[in-house]
Structures are given as structure tokens and as C-alpha cells.
Design a protein around this ligand. Sequence first.
Ligand code: CA2
Length: 151
Amino acid sequence: MARTVYVLNGPNLNLLGTREPETYGHARLADVERLCVETAARYGLEADCRQSNSEGELIDFIHEAHGRQAAGIIINAGGYSHTSIALHDALTAVKIPTVEVHVSNIYAREEFRHHSFIARAAFASLCGFGIDGYRLAISGLAARIGATAKA
Ligand code: CA2
């Protein structure tokens, strides 16, 4: 069974924990990635975490996930969530079970954040749980693909 879960973080998420703590909290991207690695391991999965500020590189990561027969994708596409048909198309093309995550509650924020192109290509979306959303997303993905928690 495929075991690798790609955890993709998009533009500006490398700044997590350094600015706007009232919106994004105090945890840093390194904390997110540690949480993902630990959560994935509970289900016998391996989290391969990537961050890019470039739309094209995020698309390349999605293609790479396909090439490596990844078990799933967790994606926070940041601002590209609201603009990128290209990311939507890449996720739709590879047909890998995908969960969308947002740290903040995008529906409690500006109108322009209320629509996500990623949501249409994902089987689930989570927002507003802070970085715990990544843990919940991996647990939900594990349930979806039949990966059970190890003792
Ligand atoms: O809530 C989320 O996770 C977002 O995907 C974050 C994006 C935003 O454009 C989306 O609407 C919602 C922005 C990421 C910027 O991250 C920063 C973190 C700390 C300081 C500055 C930016």
C-alpha cells in the first residue's frame, strides 16, 4: 500500500508564527511539519512536507506525488486557494485523495477568501482549527484510505 502523504504549503506560509499571530497563531511551519510527521507515523504513513511560494513549483509537487504513487495530499495553498485554476486542475488530474487545510477560518474573513478552487478538487476541507487542522486532516485522510492507527 502507498504510504507517503504529501503535505504542501503554499505562499507565505513560511512566515507562519512570525507575523499576524492573532490570525495564524504562534506555531511555525517547522511545528506544522513536525505535527504532520508525527500524526502520519501513528497511521504507519510518512509525511513528505514541502513549502513553496511559487504556483508552478506547487504544481510540480503534485505531479511528483502522482509519480511516486502517494497515498494522499494535504494542501494549504494559501492565497492561491482563491485564485488558482491551475492548482485545481493539477489536483483533479492526479486523482490523489486530497484534504484542503486553512489555519484560519476563511469564512469569518474577507469575502475574497470565501471561495476556494482547491475545495472542488479535495474530498474534504478544514479551516479555523489553527495548525491542529493538519492533524485532523491526516487522521481524516487515513480513515478515507483505510490506514489504521498503530498501537
Ligand atoms: O488560513 C490559512 O491557512 C490561509 O490559507 C493562509 C493564507 C491566506 O491567503 C488564506 O486566505 C488562508 C495566507 C498565508 C500567509 O501566512 C502568513 C503567516 C504569518 C504571517 C503572514 C502571513
